[in-house]
Ligand binder design. Sequence first.
Ligand SMILES: Nc1ncnc2c1ncn2[C@@H]1O[C@H](COP(=O)(O)OP(=O)(O)OP(=O)(O)O)[C@@H](O)[C@H]1O
Ligand SMILES: [Mg+2]
Length: 258
Amino acid sequence: MSLLEVAGLGVGGAGTPLVEDVSFEIERGERVGLIGASGSGKSLTASALMGLLPEELDARGSARFDGAELIGASERSLSRRRGKDLAMVFQEPMSALNPAMRVGRQVAEAMLLHGTRDRRAARTASVELLDRVRLPEPERIARAYPHQLSGGQRQRVVLAIALANEPALLICDEPTTALDVTVQAQVLELILAGVRDRGTALLFITHDLAVVASVCERVLVLNEGRIVEAGPVRRVLTAPEHEYTRRLLAASEPEATR
Ligand SMILES: Nc1ncnc2c1ncn2[C@@H]1O[C@H](COP(=O)(O)OP(=O)(O)OP(=O)(O)O)[C@@H](O)[C@H]1O
Ligand SMILES: [Mg+2]
């Protein structure tokens, strides 16, 4: 049994379907990229898996995580999993952080929410986690509020929170797009190190084909809500089979062919 088995996943609202018949699997520890043009349904796919679709949309089909169905599961069981078994990092770190709470406490709260650790142990572990995402002077950073940190530092904190409970699957939705180019590479490296260390599976959403090539082993290509191509990242990027993938590659030259 794969860690995640998505079969015939659809997302729609009142009108036309936005994601249709999406099927794929992710093995334990595997890193899978999800690419496609803006509006192709990447974020909605991720939100459906996390049980975080906006109220006006709903999901159909099946997504089994470790054998348990996520689609249509109760909010109670989803919130028990979210941040524990599956965690997510979004594009904009500020949206994931509480502006009024010190960041160390936010990391500790994430652990206390799901774990059995006592407050003191969670505090110590939170500083260790901030150190693990290579924040300088983690003791000091732990006492800072989000607005006192740079964008790159905030995204490191978000990553620390996402990794806090050692999830089996980490979903990253354009995690570095909002960051400076120089900081992007560092944060990417941390994500990669973070998942490799613990054998965490990764679903990585990006427009950037060079990034997908460096981070992922396999890639799914989404076009207008449907997967048009899937395969090993090298094969898909060097010998795309689908016309849409070819266009996507051509549009992103020269980075993808570097
Ligand atoms: N709440 C909503 N109600 C109706 N349509 C929506 C809603 N959210 C997203 N959509 C539409 O669904 C489609 C897929 O959106 P989604 O956010 O998944 O795209 P994406 O691939 O993540 O794009 P981007 O690369 O720009 O982030 C788009 O056409 C979008 O306009
Ligand atoms: Mg998106």
